[in-house]
Design a protein around this ligand. Structure first.
Ligand code: HEC
Length: 231
């Protein structure tokens, strides 16, 4: 899944959480009704079912990605997972009370608020984090396979680039040495600023004699960037 697919999923989930909260606040929290109460109740209920199904859908993909990461999760990813699981169980209890255990109805608004807050915390610890980093110009490889990604990048580099570039020194081999590339201000050959976009440009349209990599996948590129930031 790309960064943008994930962002859209997170936005839809957050939007649905806000819609649910808005409908119920308007229905139960406001004295002079602005909207038809029946419509508000229907919106809250239909949106609730959508939220539940969509939540399961996203969770399925998250579990798949986590399994694929193949190693211990980072602290942030663990917190993300824990918040998501907590939100889900509170939602289940809320639905159970509404459907079968009405004696506990007075707890429902509190539980609903719990689901809302936990959902926001869940997205904040994932999408929020990636958005903040993007804002700062850093593309973070998604889902905590950081280590694995660096290793993938190293493998890709060894296969495709190492013949011409040193990574442990700045002297030239056939092309310039790339040690500490991301700590420099400018790229060694073109003098352009060191950004991922400019490196991608070099890989697609090299400034001089370096071979081009037109078939480079986004995955390989992200791995390569993760690696180059670690040399
Ligand atoms: C056949 C040799 C060769 C291979 C293979 C090669 N490069 Fe280069 N690279 C060069 C040369 C020569 C330059 C100097 C600029 C030019 O010729 O385009 C260069 C320049 C660069 C620069 C600096 C660009 C700039 O704008 O200053 C980067 C970054 C780079 N290479 C990364 C890579 C990566 C990553 C790979 C592997 C995917 C790679 N190179 C594969 C020869 C190579």
């Amino acid at each position: 899944m790309t960064f943008w697919t994930k962002s859209i999923l997170a936005l839809v989930l957050t939007g649905s959480a806000f819609l649910g909260l808005f409908a119920i606040l308007e229905l139960l929290g406001r004295k002079e009704k602005r909207f038809n109460p029946r419509t508000l109740r229907t919106i809250h209920r239909v949106n609730g079912y959508f939220f539940f199904v969509f939540y399961l859908f996203i969770s399925y993909y998250c579990l798949k990605i986590m399994r694929g990461a193949g190693e211990e999760l980072s602290a942030r990813a663990s917190l993300h997972g824990l918040l998501a699981v907590a939100a889900f169980f509170i939602l289940c209890v809320k639905i159970l009370i509404l459907r079968s255990y009405r004696q506990y109805f007075s707890m429902v608004p509190t539980l609903g608020l719990g689901v809302f807050v936990l959902t926001l915390c869940t997205t904040a610890t994932s999408a929020g984090y990636y958005f903040t980093m993007r804002g700062a110009g850093v593309v973070v490889p998604t889902v905590d396979s950081g280590e694995k990604l660096v290793r993938k990048g190293a493998e890709y580099f060894a296969k495709n680039c190492l013949d011409c570039h040193y990574v442990d020194r700045t002297q030239s081999k056939i092309g310039p040495g790339l040690k500490g590339l991301f700590e420099r201000k400018t790229l060694p050959a073109s003098g352009r600023p060191v950004t991922e976009e400019n490196i991608l440009e070099q890989l697609k349209n090299p400034v001089n004699v370096m071979p081009a990599y037109p078939d480079l996948t986004e995955e390989a590129f992200l791995a390569l960037m993760a690696y180059l930031k670690n040399i």
